[in-house]
Structures are given as structure tokens and as C-alpha cells.
Ligand binder design. Structure first.
Ligand code: SAH
Length: 228
């Protein structure tokens, strides 16, 4: 079973929104597994401290290397094959192709940072790969982990209906998706494009392709192959 172990200071945030809808049904049906682990269980002293002031000074607090390492060592078997990802704005941005790769594997071990982040030495010593969900700063890695998990889980076998295999979606073919329409045929004087009602599947496919290309050129030219 595809499984996620999540290291966090806020285990109550899981499954959170992933307990409802598609991902929640799949969790109940045993199509994937989720184990949140509280980093604080390995905190220091009576107060189970997990963080300390940054070496060299500066604002904020940093999660201690020893505390996080102990939490990881207690939560992961030495032969665990799952990628160990640290949610981090410094990481390589998450893409749909990486999501496909992760969904095709055995699962993930996710580490959620808090405060200013985690001591660099635990990243090195435990081989954590930093992954970002975008160029903005969250208050913690939990939301980022939920985003990554949602993107992976919907691709697991049996989670989506077969008509919604996801092959046609934005990014799957290097393009944004074409526009969708459904009933009513006339909405406040706006008609569904006639070609979509023509029944000519080849023409419809060509129209959708052209729409997807135009949309991508306009909104996300960075997705198109570089012209040379
Ligand atoms: N001081 C850090 C930001 C810390 S934000 C910096 O400037 O890089 C606190 C935690 O939130 C991070 O450790 C990380 O786990 C998570 N986080 C914040 N933004 C994120 C993003 N864009 N993608 C993934 N995780 C993020």
C-alpha cells in the first residue's frame, strides 16, 4: 500500500482535509496509508523542547538537528525505500511529473518545518530532499505536505473514477487545459462553442488542442518548449 509518514509538530493537522472527498474515501478504503508522527515526542527535557535560537544570531527559532534526527530514526526503518522529503521554500518546486513519479513509488516520508526551518546538519545527515510547493512562505510545512499528498493520492490506482484518469489535465502534456462547458446551453446569453455540439470528435480534439496552446502561450509561455 502507498503510504506516507509525516513528521510534524502538529499531527492533528492530518489527515485534515485529506479525510474528506476523494482522498478521504481512498484512505477509508485502504488505498493509501497515513502515519503522522509528532516530532515533539523526541523533544528535550520536561518541556519537550524541539527548537533553539539560531547559531550566529538573527530572528526566530530553528528545529534542533538531534531532535528531528531522533524522530526520523524512530519513525523510519533502515530499509525504508520511500523518498524523504523536507517541505521547504528552498527546495526544487514540485511539478506534476514529480508527483507522478512519487505516486508510482512506495510512498513518501515528509518532514514539515516550522519556525525558521530545521538545522542544516539533519538535512545532510538524513539525506532529506527539499521540496517547495511555490515561491511564497507558509508558516509551516504541514499545508505543503497536504498539497503534495493530495496531488499524489488522486493518481493512485482506484482513487479516481476511470473516466477521470487525469491524462488530459493541465501540465500532463506540457499545456494548460482547454476550457470546459456544460449545461445550460445558453448561460446569460453566452453559448457553448458550436463545435463542441457538432459531434465531430476529430474537430473537437483539434479545437481543444488549439485552445490549450493559445491559453498556454498567453498565460504560461514558460511551459512551452523554448524557440531557437
Ligand atoms: N526561513 C525560511 C522559511 C521558514 S517557513 C526561509 O526563508 O526559507 C517555515 C516552514 O514552512 C519551513 O521550514 C517549511 O517546512 C514550510 N514552508 C514554508 N514555505 C514553504 C513552501 N513554499 N513550500 C514548502 N514548504 C514551505
Amino acid at each position: 500500500m502507498w503510504s506516507a509518514t509525516v513528521f510534524t509538530l502538529y499531527p492533528d493537522m492530518f489527515p485534515g482535509p485529506l479525510g474528506t472527498s476523494l482522498a478521504g474515501d481512498a484512505l477509508t478504503r485502504g488505498l493509501w496509508g497515513l502515519e503522522p508522527r509528532n516530532i515533539r515526542d523526541h523533544g528535550q527535557g520536561r518541556h519537550r523542547a524541539v527548537d533553539d535560537t539560531p547559531a550566529g544570531g538573527g530572528p526566530g527559532m530553528v528545529i534542533r538537528a538531534d531532535v528531528l534526527a531522533n524522530s526520523l530514526d524512530a519513525g523510519l526503518q533502515p530499509d525504508d525505500q520511500r523518498p524523504r522529503l523536507l517541505m521547504s521554500p528552498r527546495g526544487r518546486p514540485l511539478t506534476q511529473s514529480r508527483v507522478r513519479e512519487l505516486a508510482a513509488g512506495p510512498g513518501v516520508a515528509l518532514v514539515c518545518g516550522r519556525f525558521e526551518g530545521v538545522d542544516e546538519r539533519v538535512i545532510e545527515a538524513r539525506g532529506l530532499e527539499e521540496v517547495s510547493i511555490g515561491d511564497y512562505i507558509l508558516s509551516g510545512g504541514e499545508m505543503a505536505a497536504l498539497v503534495l499528498l493530495d496531488a499524489c493520492v488522486r493518481l493512485l490506482p482506484g482513487v479516481m473514477g476511470k473516466e477521470a484518469s487525469g491524462q488530459d489535465e493541465s501540465f500532463e502534456n506540457g499545456l494548460l487545459e482547454y476550457p470546459h462547458y456544460t449545461r445550460p446551453r445558453d448561460f446569460e446569453g453566452r453559448d457553448i462553442p458550436a463545435i463542441l455540439l457538432s459531434g465531430d470528435h476529430a474537430k473537437i480534439a483539434a479545437w481543444r488542442r488549439a485552445q490549450a496552446e493559445a491559453l498556454t502561450r498567453h498565460r504560461r509561455p514558460d511551459l512551452l518548449p523554448a524557440k531557437r
